[in-house]
Design a protein around this ligand. Sequence first.
Ligand SMILES: Nc1ncnc2c1ncn2[C@@H]1O[C@H](COP(=O)(O)OP(=O)(O)OP(=O)(O)O)[C@@H](O)[C@H]1O
Ligand SMILES: [Mg+2]
Length: 250
Amino acid sequence: MIIAIANQKGGVAKTTSTIALGGLLAKRGPCLLVDFDPQGNLTTGLGVRIASGQTTAYEVLIDRKQTALAAVIETDSGIHLLPADISLATGEKQILTVADNSRILRKKLNPLRQMFPFILVDCPPSLGMLTLNALMAADAVLIPVQCQFFALEGLRQLLETIDGLRDEDTHPHLQILGVLPTMADRTITTQDALKTLRTKLTDIKIFDPVPKSVRFPESNLAREPIHQYSSEKKLVQPYQTIANLIAERV
Ligand SMILES: Nc1ncnc2c1ncn2[C@@H]1O[C@H](COP(=O)(O)OP(=O)(O)OP(=O)(O)O)[C@@H](O)[C@H]1O
Ligand SMILES: [Mg+2]
């Protein structure tokens, strides 16, 4: 199963969630995390430094002959990674004139499905060609949303994009795995955001919120998925529920 982790809003925990889920899914079977963000946060977050000569998502995107498998590396935590760096930003511009340019990642990842039952694609904070490629490659999309006043802002646009892909028959089978509220605390703002999500998005699964905790940035620094870094059940549980759901569907 290929899952895109997307929200064009920045800093909503897309990358942190990708690492958290990747860590849990890797315990069940081969798991590939695809860094599709030129910021390369997923790559650095897994402790990977791109060596010179290392193939990255950039080459996979722009070179028709470049297989995705050749770019995959195994990290210390046993998770497989297709790394990215800032060159991917150039790649996004280079493919603008290429025919069928929204299906490039799909074509590159499809041959890896046999080898990796779980493939997660970490998207950049924009609704450009990279996110579009990730959505087109995916069977389902997980949408992390920060529990704050503007939680729904931008979400509508992402949902419309997904609906558009389904309606136009471009990608009729794309599912929405659900919305994952992140950085939830005890404030009224969080309660309001959760209430708004639940009342406005009645036909979308809203997962249990991930609590706000300094353990998450700490785990990023330690280059470890949250379940390895912290034994606090309440931090891992929301991710465990989603990992179980994904594993059941594969
Ligand atoms: N549950 C949480 N509680 C507190 N901080 C968190 C939580 N989840 C993530 N963070 C922190 O929030 C910041 C943004 O997270 P992250 O980089 O995962 O977001 P992102 O959506 O991938 O950002 P971008 O849009 O820039 O790619 C990071 O410093 C991360 O450590
Ligand atoms: Mg990110």
